[in-house]
Design a binder for this molecule. Structure first.
Ligand code: ADP
Ligand code: ADP
Length: 226
């Protein structure tokens, strides 16, 4: 089964810049996949299209067989996305950021509270639950974004450069957390420009450069070629 299928995806921005030149990408259910490429390669654009924050120019995106155009509601239920920008309401308390998101998905309050508590605890944010979210450190805001993205139990979690600007120690604990989520059955896709991050975490890798996928393979095969 495929968690994510991308076919002939193109994105040309309003200024005429071709950020994605018709990419194909297949990510299997249960995989831990790295979209690896230098700054400006088109990673955030691709994530943006999948999360519907960026409007594609042409092409197809399926999430667990649900087409993003035809069955957007079903597709989005199965998808959790952590973009790079902190796009939560900074004037909500930490717990409310997560609970508001639960409300969007119609999750019953009791379940929402349980899941919120579970993820805030696992991400080291439980003590901060009543803090105004804008007061959090950058690393904490990143973790709040992750807790929020998980509240509806998505089957596919996509993280856009989750460790950008996060110090080494925190990076390790974030990696461990995401690995655990993957071991529990959630498919993970992360974008990174560090081969080392892809190598240590992921099983599969797609390499993107200048809006094109130049390689899609297992980490093992990639490393054996280097
Ligand atoms: P990455 O995430 O791999 O760093 P991005 O997807 O953010 O790459 O950007 C890919 C390219 O598209 C870059 O050259 C970037 O400058 C350009 N780009 C991104 N957003 C816009 C925009 N809104 N308008 C025009 N160009 C953009
Ligand atoms: P920074 O200011 O560098 O962004 P934070 O203030 O966000 O760091 O980190 C606060 C503390 O929370 C750190 O000591 C870190 O070790 C801890 N922490 C980070 N991630 C987790 C996690 N997934 N689970 C538990 N504790 C964590």
């Amino acid at each position: 089964n495929q968690a994510l299928t991308i076919k002939s995806l193109r994105k040309t921005y309003g200024n005429g810049f071709e950020a994605l030149k018709g990419i194909d990408l297949n990510v299997n259910e249960g995989d831990f996949f790295a979209l690896l490429g230098p700054n400006g390669a088109g990673k955030s654009t691709a994530i943006g299209v999948v999360s519907t924050l960026v409007q594609k120019t042409s092409g197809y995106v399926d999430v667990f067989g649900h087409n993003l155009d035809k069955n957007m509601t079903q597709a989005k239920r199965l998808l959790g996305v952590v973009p790079q920008e902190f796009n939560f309401n900074q004037f909500e308390k930490v717990k409310d950021v997560v609970m508001t998101q639960a409300g969007y998905y119609g999750i019953p309050a009791r379940d929402a509270r349980q899941r919120s508590e579970k993820y805030l605890k696992q991400l080291g944010l439980w003590d901060k639950r009543n803090t105004m979210s804008r007061m959090l450190s950058g690393g904490m805001k990143r973790r709040l974004m992750i807790a929020r993205a998980l509240i509806h139990n998505p089957k596919l979690l996509i993280l856009d450069e989750p460790t950008a600007g996060v110090d080494i120690e925190l990076r390790r604990s974030l990696w461990e957390f995401v690995q655990e989520i993957n071991e529990q059955g959630t498919t993970i896709i992360l974008t990174t420009h560090y081969l080392e991050e892809a190598e240590q975490l992921c099983r599969s890798v797609g390499i993107i450069d200048k809006g094109e996928i130049v390689e899609s393979t297992s980490i093992k095969k990639l490393l054996s070629q280097l």
